[in-house]
Design a protein around this ligand. Structure first.
Ligand code: MEV
Length: 316
């Protein structure tokens, strides 16, 4: 049997993390960093080799989550490891960190590799379904935005279908790419715990959350238009507003705030946490590549790792 190979993209959420869990729309983009999975015949059970680069401590902290994801995929593909031993190897250039979609990239790359290894001819929708199952086993009640980005690539708007309804996924056509700096707080967070915490807060203070959700909904409409038009100044200002709402639901932390203020000093048009929060990554928007390099330098001077990337357009 052939060795199956599969790719899963990393992602960044531009607007709407956490709110997306409650059926509000969000915007996310795949990034060029990706995970490559290889599946081949093994000797005994499931042998798992993880060669992915990581921020220090990521794999150790996420050990349980990673094991649950692999287990869920083995079950989804109805594999009996005693009869069909497999070796699953992960590699690629996506540096595993909270907020970059590393668990979703694992899920969709392994689903693709299993599909190829067993010659199943699954389409992207099925791959995405398998990846969602793995994400759910790994991290509780995901919205599905991460695995959708990892599976399809590109920039998308995503709205979770509540009560078993279908998710609304739209591939976005954008006029201009956005230059962003991805900066790492160095803290690995567990999505499951933070999502559960936000849910508990919302149950306690429903009116406060209703107000935040309606402010976010109004913001989203403007953000979608600005992203499509490539109006980076507007996008930046709206990212700042989105960050303010994320502060109100208590998912920021001192390191994220440190990155944001360093990025602002470096000329960022807007900056916010991306993904789970309380650690993980922040994204900082620049007007162009030169601006992004200046922001990255300012963030690094502040003591944080930073890389320049572009989303939503073709590289020039
Ligand atoms: C995590 O990348 C994004 C969250 O909104 C959770 C989810 O959508 O599943 C925090």
């Amino acid at each position: 049997m052939v060795a199956g190979k599969g790719v899963g993209f990393g992602k960044t959420i531009l607007f709407g993390e956490h709110f997306v869990v409650y059926g509000l729309p969000a915007i996310a983009s795949a990034i060029s960093g990706h995970t490559l999975a290889t599946v081949e015949g093994g000797k005994n059970g499931i042998e798992f080799v993880d060669k992915r680069p990581q921020v220090e401590g990521y794999k150790e902290t996420k050990k349980g989550e990673i094991a649950r994801e692999i287990d869920a995929l083995v079950k989804y593909f109805k594999i009996d490891p005693a009869k069909t031993p497999l070796k699953i190897t992960l590699a690629g250039n996506l540096v595993c960190a909270s907020g970059v979609g590393a668990s979703a990239a694992l899920a969709s790359s392994v689903a693709r590799a299993l599909n190829e290894h067993f010659c199943l001819k699954m389409n992207d929708e099925k791959i995405n379904e398998a990846a969602y199952e793995a994400e759910a086993a790994g991290s509780g009640t995901p919205s599905g935005i991460d695995n959708t980005c990892s599976t399809y690539g590109g920039m998308i708007s995503f709205q979770k279908g509540l009560k078993g309804g279908k998710n609304k996924i739209t591939l976005l056509e954008v006029k201009k790419p956005l230059f962003i700096v991805m900066a790492s707080s160095g803290i690995t967070q567990e999505t499951k715990g933070v999502v559960a915490d936000v849910r508990a807060q919302r149950e306690k203070e429903p009116q406060k959350y209703e107000k935040i959700f309606s402010e976010y909904t109004a913001l989203f409409g403007k953000a979608l238009e600005a992203v499509k038009k490539g109006n980076e100044r507007k996008v930046g200002a709206l990212m700042d507003k989105n960050m303010e709402l994320l502060r109100q639901i208590n998912v920021s932390c001192k390191e994220i705030e440190g990155i944001i203020s360093a990025a602002k000093k470096g000329g960022a048009l807007g900056a916010k946490l991306t993904g789970t929060g309380r650690g993980g990554l922040a994204i900082c928007l620049a007007a162009d590549k030169k601006g992004a390099e200046k922001i990255a330098a300012a963030v690094k001077k502040g003591g944080y790792e930073a890389t320049v990337t572009q989303v939503g357009g073709k590289a020039k």
